[in-house]
Design a protein around this ligand. Structure first.
Ligand code: DHB
Ligand code: FE
Length: 281
């Protein structure tokens, strides 16, 4: 059976793609963000996952507001990026892991999650940037199964529902008939609001409490309604639901997790950024 080795979380912001392209990792604005990654890359160098399951939200590249699935799973041999309109370079395609995609899809439907299945799927900055941040050198060494959770257009899935879906994905990974090593990734957040009266809103106290909860009290955030999460983390801060799915998946792998490393930095663009690695122990 496949091994679920751990989980990673990172913020995604289009400007990060621009900074990577321009080589600004040591620039004083960017350094505190990029400095969070080397200890996690070292852990990835030791553990060497073969496949990643990526929980993220599409921002209008693959799904626009006219058709917005709550949960969608990619089942494509490769995933192409395209011009998102942020001025960031378009990245080459990422390889899929078809067998795991279909195993996750079958498992989720069997567990009564009504998902959308995507045999073609464009992936935006939320899917591509984590792969570039965790594996910056050369071709991406892992294959990918994208799992898209709507945190963009209301109505959004409740935190408890996202948690249940993440757990089911973890169970699917664990029951996949393969000797490959799998890691789960969360892409999004933490607190941020890009528009409206509270544009620029950030809530450090809440973010840090949320990060700590992922280590020792994974269901903590399920106590909040979507409106409470928006209140505490901002309209786009609801992307923290992606982290909740990642953590829920790990409950299928091990009773506990070990925090390998985490970093929190405010702000990059309008966002409170975080990166974290959790090992299933
Ligand atoms: C920003 C943050 C996001 O999550 C995103 O998808 C786009 C932009 C930002 O802070 O600029
Ligand atoms: Fe986003």
């Amino acid at each position: 059976m496949a091994q679920l080795i751990g989980g990673l979380g990172t913020s995604h912001i289009p400007a990060i793609g621009g900074a990577i392209h321009k080589g600004l990792q040591q620039d004083p604005y960017w350094k505190p963000f990029f400095d969070g990654f080397p200890p996690i890359r070292a852990w990835l160098g030791e553990t060497r996952p073969d496949v990643v399951v990526m929980f993220y939200n599409d921002h209008g590249l693959n799904f626009f507001l006219d058709k917005m699935p709550t949960f969608a799973v990619g089942a494509a041999p490769q995933y192409c990026n395209a011009d998102e309109g942020w001025g960031i370079p378009t990245l080459p395609p990422f390889k899929g892991e078809l067998d795991l995609s279909w195993h996750i899809i079958n498992t989720l439907v069997d567990k009564e999650f009504d998902i959308v299945t995507c045999q073609e799927m464009l992936v935006d900055h939320a899917c591509t940037l984590p792969l570039k941040l965790f594996w910056p050198e050369g071709d991406c060494p892992v294959t990918v199964v994208p799992v898209c959770i709507n945190t963009v257009q209301f109505p959004l899935p409740k935190a408890s529902r996202v948690y249940a879906m993440g757990k089911a994905v973890g169970e699917a990974i664990r029951s996949w008939d393969s000797n490959k090593k799998v890691a789960v990734i969360a892409s999004g957040g933490l607190s941020h609001q890009l528009d409206g009266e509270r544009a620029g809103f950030i809530n450090k106290a809440f973010d840090l409490q949320f990060i700590d909860s992922l280590e020792s009290n994974p269901e903590w955030a399920t106590q909040f309604s979507i409106h409470e999460i928006v209140e505490k983390a901002g309209t786009q801060g609801v992307e923290l639901l992606q982290w909740l799915a990642m953590r829920a998946a790990l409950t299928a792998a091990a009773p506990k997790v070990r925090r390998v490393h985490s970093n929190y930095h405010i702000p990059i663009s309008n966002t409170a950024t975080a990166v974290m690695a959790l090992e299933a122990v």
